[in-house]
Ligand binder design. Structure first.
Ligand code: MV4
Length: 511
């Protein structure tokens, strides 16, 4: 391949942080110059420092910079970029953006807008999947009737059931209904939530699975419709629909199951004319049944575990199929080797309800050694902006099996230093020691069940003394917090949470 011309003359990376660096590296490996973009607060960010060429696209708020389709296409035109990689988040699953790229004659490194739209509506996606032979959770069609008519609609579904927004996804607008008498009230709430979040109050009903696992299958398709399934990832360790730890292979997926869910994932993608990298999400019930949940039409945060175990470069694969090349590997070549696990390191304080704690990084030590990969965007003296995601690094450990990758992850978490920042590293470190985690006994409610026990403040030692201290601290905190809360509405934005924590710390005499 050395002497062949690169597949694109130039690629624009419409993202920031670790994923911008990740895409830049793939471009370099392919001999493609890349173009970075940045908001005003990201002028000195790692992705700008590493770029050969970078353009400012607006002020800090993403809506005025990283989400501005017009400005991104301007930069593509000015810089001569032939293709745009959207990373994840921001515009990665925005069908209008994919379409605008197509219309501007720029290659969007991702699926066609039509495939994104087909997967966007959950009710039609379910119907499409069922027709393609992919199992879906037993459920209803779209429901738009009077609340009183819902009882008849849920008759075939049974209880407990879940109300989901047709335009939803990622956990928004969902409601569990345990008994018939709650149905009408829950329906009204689910509808108003769906209306507020998505501007569409259409809902549908599904049988509620009690302790499911989240298991997803990676696929890659070329433009001729050839596709491969690249194993599964177990992503059951989540908090409020944010994944914290992902791994492959899943502790509960054997070779036959992998082949079976791989076929379903390929059928799901093919049914919408999929091209490029995508992920088909399944829920696995406690009885071992798999059900299609949704499809993510982008590269995912957790793609590195798949890369480590399958020995491939997914981003390079994305770029090559986007340029019209054939799939760079066959299904037979895709044999898993060992086990990989990823932890997401965030500037969040688990001891204070995972409050975002952006700040200045004073010193850094990146772990290394056998089986360790670090995908991060950190540097000494760098200030994490408050405007974006608090994830600062992904740490990936690879080993012969789970009993080798987990100790490697522990060792690497111990090595990691991000001085000046409050991070979730100690929480992740304790998670790696948790007996249920080590046993692979995972489900999507894992952190709800065990999360408290992973906090540093978990009492041990002399219980009477601890109880007394806890009571005193509790009443003190209550006083401080009620003083703070008085006449002050709680804001959901990171920025003002940050200010609020600052005031709270000042009152408590903390740093
Ligand atoms: C479910 C479910 C149980 N039963 N559907 C959450 C995200 C959204 N895409 C679907 N979700 C769920 N759907 C049925 N019929 C439980 C969840 C769920 C969940 C799924 C995956 C990962 C984490 C989760 C956390 C809570 C609930």
């Amino acid at each position: 391949m050395g002497s062949e011309p690169p597949v694109f003359r130039k690629v624009l990376i419409a993202n920031r942080g670790e994923i911008a660096l990740r895409v830049m590296r793939a471009c370099r490996d392919l001999g493609i110059p890349s173009v970075a973009v940045y908001s005003s607060v990201d002028r000195a960010a790692p992705h700008v420092r590493m770029a050969q060429e970078a353009h400012e696209i607006g002020p800090a708020p993403a809506s005025e910079s990283y989400l501005r389709i017009d400005r991104l296409l301007d930069v593509a035109r000015k810089s001569g970029a032939e293709a745009i990689h959207p990373g994840y988040g921001f515009l990665a699953e925005n069908a209008e953006f994919a379409q605008a790229c197509e219309e501007a004659g720029v290659v969007f490194i991702g699926p066609p807008a039509t495939a994104m739209r087909a997967m966007g509506d959950k009710v039609s996606a379910r119907e499409l999947m069922a027709r393609a032979g992919v199992p879906v959770v037993p459920g209803s069609a779209a429901f738009r009737g009077e609340p009183g008519d819902a009882h008849a609609a849920v008759e075939p579904v049974g209880y407990p059931l879940m109300i989901k927004a047709a335009a939803g996804g990622g956990g928004k607008g969902m409601r569990v209904v345990e008994r018939p008498y709650e149905l009408e009230r829950s329906l009204e709430r689910a509808r108003s939530e769906a209306k507020a979040s998505f501007g569409d109050e259409t809902v549908y009903f599904e049988r509620f699975l009690r302790r499911p696992r989240h298991i997803e299958v990676q696929v890659l398709f070329d433009r001729e419709g050839r596709g491969v399934a690249i194993g599964e990832r177990e992503c059951s360790i989540q908090r409020r629909h944010q994944k914290l730890v992902e791994e492959t292979p899943s502790p509960v997926v054997d070779t036959d199951t992998r082949a079976r869910i791989g076929e379903w994932a390929l059928a799901a993608a093919a049914a919408v004319g999929y091209v490029n990298a995508g992920t088909v999400e399944f829920l696995r019930d406690e009885d071992g049944s798999f059900y299609f949940m949704e499809m993510n039409t982008r590269l995912q945060v957790e793609h590195p575990v798949t890369e480590e175990v399958y020995g491939i470069d997914l981003v390079s694969g994305q770029i090559r199929v986007a340029a019209g090349e054939r799939l760079p590997f066959s299904q037979e070549q895709l044999v898993p080797r060992g086990h990989a696990i990823e932890c997401r390191l965030t500037a969040e304080d688990p001891e204070h309800n995972f409050l975002p704690c952006p700040g200045r990084i004073e010193a850094v030590r990146i772990p290394s050694g056998p089986g360790i990969r670090d995908d991060s965007a950190v540097a000494p003296g760098y200030t994490i902006p408050v405007h974006y995601d608090p994830m600062v690094a992904k740490l990936i450990a690879h080993g012969a099996d789970r009993s080798e990758s987990i100790p490697r992850m522990r060792r690497a978490l111990d090595e990691y230093r991000l001085e000046g920042l409050t991070t979730n590293i100690p929480f992740l470190r304790r998670l790696m020691d948790h007996p249920a985690f080590i046993a692979g006994d995972l489900h999507t409610g894992f952190l709800d069940q065990y999360g408290e026990g992973l906090l540093a403040s978990e009492p041990d030692g002399d219980l009477d003394e601890v109880a007394l201290l806890a009571a005193a601290i509790h009443s003190y905190r209550r006083r401080v917090e009620s003083a703070l809360e008085h006449g002050q509405s709680q804001s959901a934005t990171n920025g003002s949470q940050w200010l609020r924590l600052g005031r709270m710390r000042a009152l408590r005499g903390q740093r």
